[in-house]
Design a binder for this molecule. Sequence first.
Ligand SMILES: O=C1O[C@H](COP(=O)(O)O)[C@@H](O)[C@H](O)[C@H]1O
Length: 259
Amino acid sequence: MGETRGGLLAGVEQGIVKAVTEASEAAIKAKGSFTLVLSGGSLLNFLSGLADSKKISSWDKWHIYYVDERNVPHTSPDSNHKGACTAFLSKVPIPAANQHAILENVPVDQAAKHYEGMLIGTPTTILPRNSDGLPVFDLMLLGTGPDGHIASLFPNAPQTAATSGWVLPVSNSPKPPPERITFTLPVINAAKEIIFVASGEEKAEVVQRILEIQALPGALPAQLVRPSQGTLRWFLDVQSAQKLDISNWEDRKAFPRTT
Ligand SMILES: O=C1O[C@H](COP(=O)(O)O)[C@@H](O)[C@H](O)[C@H]1O
């Protein structure tokens, strides 16, 4: 990684640490707990700064969830939980009981049911419900793949079109490993705050497609992220933003561009 890119990455990482810190303070003040939903993949590279943050002290009030997870043991290099542990979870005192990893060594349908059951059983003091009965997570950090997938919701896959259920199994993911569990879009869109993170030149094209080109419904799952009550922000570096037309950016109220 070159120096320039390192500097830019540090900028994105600092932004994420600040956003997560602020969201945690607000949630703990409001309800005594903070629910943070993580993606896997490159996003996890930006979370190591959380462990060094001097501003975070109430780690025992944090609850960690995964917007998607691969159906592999927690020790597998493919495990999003393992990635999060390496990035910061192993370095901070979040109680193990508050780190909600996938149930290991079971068929993927059972893993999805178990994860959904765990969410349904979580007290509403920690995980409130909205008027549709959906869980309202305090903050979700989302990545997107070069095909525009989010979580394990892939272009034109049935799970991407699901309008019911909280957590679904995926048995034929086009990106390995094939078996995964994933939050559904209604659950994602019920979050209080969503932050997309995309970095590097390899994300430039998909970022431009997501933010500037109206795809057919389901073809670009990232375009379906529209929080029903919450806020949505994008954290980009110069490389991932390089194809965007940022003229008149301040006038943009929505994406993709509609005029
Ligand atoms: O497989 C996955 O891919 C996406 C995107 O990952 P990236 O490495 O291209 O940023 C990720 O957001 C998701 O959680 C993960 O399971």
